[in-house]
Ligand binder design. Sequence first.
Ligand code: AMP
Ligand code: ZN
Length: 135
Amino acid sequence: MKECIFCKIANGEIPSATLYEDEKFRVILDLGPATKGHALILPKSHYENLYELPEGLAGDAMVLAKKVITEMKEVLKCDGYNVVQNNGEAAGQTVFHFHMHLIPRRDGDNAGISWNPGTLTPEDKEEILSKFSLK
Ligand code: AMP
Ligand code: ZN
């Protein structure tokens, strides 16, 4: 993807604050961090979102997330971590190259990564369970 900014960053054509790199991924600091230490895992190959990401790479990305946050929580002395991954504009995706957000959390930081809980209605439950089947 010639014009994809995350392709360029992941492959080193554009400099970035790189925390980690291997043959498949680069982990960088987000330029607009939700909190201090907010990082992004970028695959070096271009996939728009999680639907398109090959299963093997999806597994590798989660293993890498585990390693980075385990190490970073010691470095940053934070109290928790959000692992966030947006797919599609409706879900808040703004850069259409798959990435995972690793967001350090501190007690009372008010970073605002939350939602207003609704109610699982019997109708919704029935509809979803009757329609969904994973092959
Ligand atoms: P999303 O909204 O899930 O697509 O997240 C895109 C993220 O990429 C945002 O948190 C941005 O702050 C971040 N971002 C955009 N451009 C850059 C860049 N050049 N370097 C680092 N982070 C970036
Ligand atoms: Zn890309």
